[in-house]
Design a protein around this ligand. Structure first.
Ligand SMILES: [Zn+2]
Length: 303
């Protein structure tokens, strides 16, 4: 199991770094080696692991809803994996947020006729050349085919395949345009990057993410789920309510320690040297988000 999680952590790292170095040669080479692994969650729901954000798939007589689509070079492999479980077309693609490791397949899927759906703020970012100052690069506007054709500002439902799949906006969490989607009958919740399973969270501060938004969204998720719910995190292996509680308590705990120090006037540099997340580092640290980056994102986004 440890090896499995380690592999997934490495996969996630490729995914997130890929968000920064998308389309670079190094990423293209990494992509050649990526295999799409499908896990059957029952009741027509599947999760696909490849490189980038975990993909959720709802399959049924009306067609397919796909939640996130990783990177453009993987679309053929993702569709090949999908053809192993259904002959139906991808009707809708929900982007949980704008990051390129979740939306890279949009243009390919849009050209195949899929309708892309996302929160309004996702559209605002992917429809323009988005200059991300923290990443130090400009994410070019998507071609027309990749843009969301349906956008929403709060909630929306997909009433197909005998389910009521409800997407919820989570303001200022991982970014300013996150949504999670709950497949009610199948009892599967896809949380996008609002939740990384056994990894420190990445808060995209430049794009409007905040620690309190992440905690609020996770609290709302916890109210929605029960012990039998299967949770798809944005990165990391499948999760249960108990896993999400562990993650939530960890973030809340570190957040409160940082808040106390900040309220006492302690500088960011000194807060980092206090190591407020030390007792969690072994379990949650990873190459992309280490303790220092995690603590910095909390400090910067506390009110
Ligand atoms: Zn993300």
């Amino acid at each position: 199991m440890k090896t499995f999680i380690k592999t997934l952590k490495q996969g996630s790292l490729v995914g997130l770094l890929g968000a920064v170095t998308a389309f670079s040669t190094a990423t293209a080479q990494n992509m050649d080696e990526v295999e799409i692994k499908t896990e059957d969650l029952g009741n027509g729901l599947y999760v696909m692991f490849g490189s980038g954000g975990n993909i959720g798939v709802s399959v049924g007589e009306d067609g397919v809803i796909m939640v996130d689509d990783q990177y453009a070079p993987l679309t053929d492999r993702i569709l090949a994996a999908l053809s192993e479980v259904t002959d139906e077309q991808v009707l809708f693609v929900l982007n949980t947020h704008y990051h390129f490791d979740h939306t890279g397949g949009n243009e390919n899927l849009g050209r195949e006729g899929s309708i892309i759906v996302a929160h309004d703020h996702v559209y605002d970012k992917v429809s323009v050349d988005f200059n991300h100052e923290t990443f130090g690069r400009v994410f070019p506007a998507m071609a027309k085919e990749g843009l969301p054709k349906i956008t929403f500002n709060d909630q929306m439902s997909f009433r197909i395949n005998g389910d009521n799949a409800r997407a919820f906006y989570a303001p200022n969490a991982h970014t300013d345009g996150d949504s999670m989607i709950y497949f009610k009958n199948a009892d599967v919740l896809h949380m996008g990057d609002i939740y990384f399973n056994y990894l420190y969270p990445f808060i995209d501060v430049f794009a409007g993410g905040t620690v309190d938004g992440v905690l609020k969204a996770q609290r709302e998720a916890l109210e929605m789920v029960d012990d039998s719910t299967q949770i798809i995190p944005g990165h990391g292996p499948m999760a249960s309510k108990d896993d999400l509680i562990i993650n939530y308590e960890m973030i809340k705990d570190v957040r409160n320690r940082v808040a106390k120090l900040k309220a006492d006037g302690v500088s960011l540099e000194d807060v980092i040297s206090h190591a407020p997340s030390a007792d969690y580092d072994e379990k949650f640290n990873w190459d992309f988000i280490n303790a220092e980056k995690f603590v910095t994102s909390i400090y910067e986004t506390l009110p």
